[in-house]
Every structure is written in C-alpha cells, then in structure tokens.
Design a protein around this ligand. Structure first.
Ligand code: IMP
Length: 420
C-alpha cells in the first residue's frame, strides 16, 4: 500500500517521528515538496537526529529514500546533511536517489529571501533558506536544475545569466551584489559528488509502483502553509497537501491508497500569520517549554495554542485523510483543563468553516469546548485502552468531530512511545 503522511496544521506536527515509526513497513520514502526549510526530528537509541532535506527513511536499512522533482535543493546543504549523519553508505547501496529535475537553491535565493523579508510591508517570517525565491524562479521559467549541475558549461552559463538578473534587483534594494564566480567550483564539485544518485525519479517511482513496492510519501511543512489552500500570504511556496504528491512526483492519484494526517494534541505555528487559538499567556509558555517548541531549523520559539478542530476538519476534508496520528499527547499531562476550538465567531455569527481568506481569518474568535485534564504521566501506557479516562474522552471527541479514526497516538519522543 502506498501512503501519504501529511502535517494537518502549520508544520512541526511530529512528522519525522511518525514517518520514522512507519518507515520500517515501507520500501521507499519520498520527499515531494519544500526544501531544507523542513526540520524532521527523530529520536532513537537515546539520540536525536534532525533531518532537513533527507527523507525520514534514511535510518531504515531496507528503505530507498527519494528526493523528487518538486523539492528545491541546496546541494551544499544536502551534502552537509549526508556527511553530518555519516550517511555516505546510502550512495553505494543506492538507497538515496535525487531527482535530476529538482530546482536548485543558489546563494542569491537566500540573499533575496532575507532582502524581501526585511523590505516587505508584510513579513512572512520565512525560514530565510531561499525557498520562496527558488520556487519563484521555477514559475518564472528561469530555474537552474540538478541536471544543470553535471554539465559544467551549461551550469556556468545559466547561473551567470541569473546572477546578472538578480544583482540588478539586489542593487535596487540597496544590497551587496553576489559574485557567483566564487561559488561555481563548489557547486560543480557538489554535482560530481551527487552524480551517482542523480536520476529520473518519475520513471523510477513508476517502476517501484509497478513492482508493487510500498511507497510512503513524506509531506514537509503542513497543510495550512499550502501556497493555494493555506493561510495566504502567510504560507510557504509549495504544496504540502495531497495534490503536491502528484505534482512533485509525476505519479498519478491512482498510486496513492491512504492518507495519514498528523496533528499535535494542541497547535503550534512558527513565523507570522493568523493563529486563532494562540495562547499568549503563561499556559502557552508552559506548553512551549514542556513541548520543547523551538524550531528545529531556525531555533525560533514556536507560537503555541489549543487544538483547532475547525482548521483540522478543513485539513481532513481537502486531503481526504483516512486516519490520524496524534502526537505530543504527553505535553498536556499537567493541564487541569484542556480546550479545543469547535467553531468560530465572525462578526457576531457562529461559523464552522475555516475561512478562505485573510480578511476573515484575522477577525475570528474561537468558540471552545473544555475537557478535564488527566494530570498524570502517560509515558507508561502501552495502548490506547490503558490511557486515563480523561485522555480517552479527549481523543474520542477529536475522532467524532473529525469523523476520522485515530490510528496512532504518540506519548513521548522515542520510537517506542507510540500507541495504536
Ligand atoms: P519558507 O518556507 O521559509 O518560505 O517560510 C514560509 C512560512 O512557512 C513561515 O511562516 C515559516 O515559519 C513556515 N515554515 C516553513 N517551513 C516550515 C517547517 O518545516 N515547519 C514549520 N513552519 C515552516
């Protein structure tokens, strides 16, 4: 069975843990959108590993990891991640494959990300990794790709043209122009290093599918950050939703049999943008500390709030979610009362839909339902039935409201702390 594992909130739902937990059952794990703005954290054997660009299957010995065509790739960052994780073995075993059609993130993309953030009247709070500007090049029909990296002359020519184009823009904003000349050799060396793993991943994935291999598609970021369906303009530049799989891989919808949605038992968000259930009080701070809610890519403190079931129901609807993986239940252990938004009030009217535009999103007030907390340590529970009544009631309510079964519950960061 081929399955998509997708974040249903604003990212950081615990996809790394979920995918690592599930990856053992899959032959192939595929990243299909985003770039090294992601930070997927995996704990095993008492150690913490953070992956940014590498698929979360790289630690499973029998899994092939694929970085597909719509992922924007900074080749230097990719190599750094491979080396830092001592993962060079993936090359000789052909357990890592990189799409020749993936657009490159180049130094001027990162520079532009910074310039745009500083100069824009509307700050997005991006990760400043150059993700947005690299995708802009793709839609602007100017992108330079992984396949260009392994043709020295073509790479030089294309990068020079783009560099000249962007230096004009950088100068308009009063920035220091970039001389790509000083980077070219490092990029070409990176191309040589990566050459053995570069392939046409569309045909490769079709072959895997035809051979009946089990494929897991790993979403990065979260549904509400989708460029078309998220809280625009406070979104990322890609499609972390079900359609992103087809766009990113070249597989058809027929290749996907199941969608598992990941949600925290509460909500977090990094960067700017509407967050209806945000807690700006001591409870928010308590959850931030207890949940270690600091960005794994940028270290920024995450904004923290109660679960937003209206937003989740929207995410379930647009992605056709079949089951849920609820993470970080244990972070709520100390709360006397736990709240979840079950509707919103906009201009005095009760609504149960997630607004389609920013005008309504900034106006709404959440309408909450309160739940008794369980006020005990969940970490010794080994299955759902063993959870305290209050925890089970909370989960039952989520399931009933969303009309989707909860298949997995995470009660700690380790692989083993996962209940079914
Ligand atoms: P960008 O993807 O760096 O352009 O950032 C756009 C928005 O998406 C910002 O609000 C970021 O904080 C958010 N974002 C990007 N990647 C992640 C992620 O992996 N987790 C959570 N938020 C993210």
């Amino acid at each position: 069975m081929n399955v998509l594992v997708l974040g249903l909130q604003w990212g950081d739902e615990g996809k790394g843990k979920a995918i690592d937990y599930l990856a053992h059952d899959y032959d192939v794990v595929v990243r299909f959108q985003g770039g090294h703005n992601a930070g997927h954290t995996i704990h095993f054997d008492g150690q913490k590993h953070v992956l940014h660009l590498l698929p979360s299957g790289v630690f499973s010995p029998n899994t092939v990891s694929v970085i597909a065509a719509a992922v924007v790739v900074d080749p230097l960052q990719l190599i750094e991640e491979i080396k830092a994780g001592n993962l060079e073995g993936l090359f000789c075993e052909k357990r890592l494959v990189l799409s020749e059609s993936a657009p490159l993130i180049l130094p001027f993309h990162q520079k532009l990300d910074n310039i745009f953030e500083e100069s824009r009247y509307l700050k997005i709070g991006t990760t400043k990794r150059g993700i947005g500007p690299a995708y802009e090049d793709l839609t602007g029909r100017r992108a330079v790709f992984i396949h260009d990296l392994i043709d020295c002359d073509r790479f030089r020519k294309r990068v020079k043209a783009l560099n000249d184009y962007y230096n004009k823009l950088i100068e308009v904003f009063g920035g220091e122009p970039i001389t790509m000349e000083s980077y070219i050799d490092a990029y070409l060396e990176a191309g040589e290093y990566l050459r053995p793993i570069i392939d046409n991943t569309t045909y490769l994935l079709h072959r895997f599918w035809k051979e009946g291999k089990n494929i897991l598609f790993e979403g990065a970021q979260g549904c509400l950050l989708d460029i078309s369906l998220g809280t625009y303009p406070y979104v990322t530049a890609s499609h972390p939703t079900v359609g992103g799989v087809m766009i990113g891989t070249g597989l058809s919808h027929k290749a996907l049999q199941k969608v598992i949605g990941i949600t925290k038992a509460y909500t977090t968000r990094v960067g700017e943008g509407p967050f209806p259930t945000e807690l700006t009080c001591a409870t928010g701070e308590q959850l931030r500390i207890r949940g270690d809610e600091f960005g794994s890519t940028t270290g920024r403190p995450r904004r923290v709030g109660w679960l937003d079931l209206v937003a989740l129901k929207y995410a379930v609807m647009i992605n056709g979610v079949d089951s849920l993986f609820v993470t970080k239940m244990d972070i709520l252990d100390e709360q006397e009362t736990i709240r979840a938004a079950v509707a919103y009030e906009i201009d005095g009217q009760r609504v149960e839909r997630f607004p389609g535009h920013i005008g309504d999103l900034i106006k709404l007030k959440p309408i909450y339902r309160d739940f008794s907390g369980w006020r005990c340590d969940l970490s010794n529970c080994r299955n759902r039935a063993a959870l305290p009544d209050a925890a089970r009631s909370y989960l039952d309510f989520i399931e009933n409201y969303l009309e989707v079964p909860i298949e997995f519950i995470s009660i700690g960061s380790d692989r083993e702390q996962t209940l079914r």
